[in-house]
Design a protein around this ligand. Structure first.
Ligand code: TRP
Length: 346
């Protein structure tokens, strides 16, 4: 191993317990022969703010395309979720006392800006609607709740700050259908095995007739894909570098941000955009709170993110492995993005 232990007087126990998951992930990722950091580390308050900016960039077609699909299909999506429940349970529409209402649950809700379209459709169909946003970012979820309280008062909010990647989900029981949302192609930020584990973690909280709406970016021309992750205004670069700023703040790490460059390239064999932070020089970066000093060669990089691109076939296979069966696929005229509705497989 190419790391050394800092002297014993280094306060290795000074970390707050909340940072222990971060510490473990950073230790594992930066001491591996090929360095990496997990994508969930992006989403501190600043990272969540930068991510919202990414979704507004002209090059970043994903968000506006998925939003357009929701705008065109929201009422049909809600109807299809009820239909799936009806087929599995025989239950019809909700009764006037509210029994049998559809609730929405969302993994990685963020500020839930697109979710409002689906919530509004659920409110049109049944009036009051329960919504359970789950996200690692407390600031993002607080903003989501603030906005929704003002714009959709018929929505009952039950927010959860949780990491659905590292922790088992714990969702309250419900006497009607649940429509789970996992949108924004967030599933594409995980490798196959982790993606399957996330789907199974969710699946374990659902019942036959419940549904999942999955948003996925589709395979397309390399230039279009790469531009989406390397924008002219360099917002994606700031987002990527913010991960190092977070480690400096929360772990007392000594990353000099001016010595790392943002790199994004499409790997067609693996069907994924790969994002890296490349060290421009040979250097050692110390992380005293972890008793680590991390050596970098000039040109060596930290792999910070993958963004997998899908085909209708790869979506179906992934869902099948996660315990879901596809019932409907919605896409845009250019076939840039897919929104897939799947039911809990028997
Ligand atoms: N899941 C989306 C995507 O892969 C959003 C996203 C996550 C993203 N991490 C990102 C976008 C990093 C840009 C850079 O596109």
């Amino acid at each position: 191993m190419s790391t050394f232990s800092a002297p014993p007087e280094t306060p290795a126990t000074a970390l707050a317990p909340a940072n222990s998951a971060i510490a473990a992930a950073v230790r594992e990722g930066l001491t591996a022969p090929r360095k990496s950091l997990p994508a969930w580390l992006f989403y501190d308050a600043e990272g969540s703010r930068l991510f919202e900016q990414i979704t507004l960039l002209p090059e970043y077609y994903l968000t506006r395309t998925e939003r357009a699909i929701f705008q065109a299909e929201a009422d049909r999506i809600i109807a299809a979720a009820f239909q799936s429940w009806h087929q599995a349970t025989g239950d019809g529409q909700p009764t006037p006392d509210g029994a049998g209402r559809l609730r929405l649950l969302e993994l990685g809700a963020g500020t839930a800006t697109k979710t409002g379209i689906l919530l509004a459709a659920a409110v049109r169909a049944q009036g009051e609607t329960e919504y359970l946003p789950i996200d690692v970012s407390e600031s993002a979820i607080a903003e989501a709740c603030l906005t929704l309280t003002e714009t959709l008062p018929q929505v009952n909010l039950q927010p959860q700050v949780a990491n659905y990647v590292t922790d088992d989900l714990a969702i309250a029981l419900h006497d009607g259908p649940t429509l789970a949302l996992y949108i924004g192609s967030s599933i594409g930020n995980f490798g196959h095995d982790e993606a399957v584990a996330i789907l199974r973690n969710l699946r374990a909280q659902l019942r036959p007739g419940d549904t999942l709406l999955l948003g996925t970016d589709l395979v397309k021309d390399t230039a279009i894909l790469e531009a989406a992750y390397c924008d002219a205004d360099r917002v994606t670069e700031a987002f990527n570098l913010n991960m190092l700023r977070r480690l400096n703040r929360e772990l007392g790490a000594g990353f000099d941000l001016s010595t790392f460059r943002h790199v994004a390239r499409y790997n067609r064999e693996a069907s994924r955009i790969e994002m890296h932070l490349r060290s421009t020089r040979t250097q050692q970066v110390s992380i005293p709170s972890l008793n680590l000093s991390i050596p970098f060669q000039a040109g060596e990089s930290i792999h910070t993110e993958n963004s997998y691109k899908f085909t209708p076939d790869s979506i179906r296979h992934l869902l099948r492995e996660g315990g879901f069966a596809v019932t409907h696929t919605y896409t845009d005229p250019q076939n840039y993005f897919a929104v897939t509705l799947a039911t809990v497989a028997a």
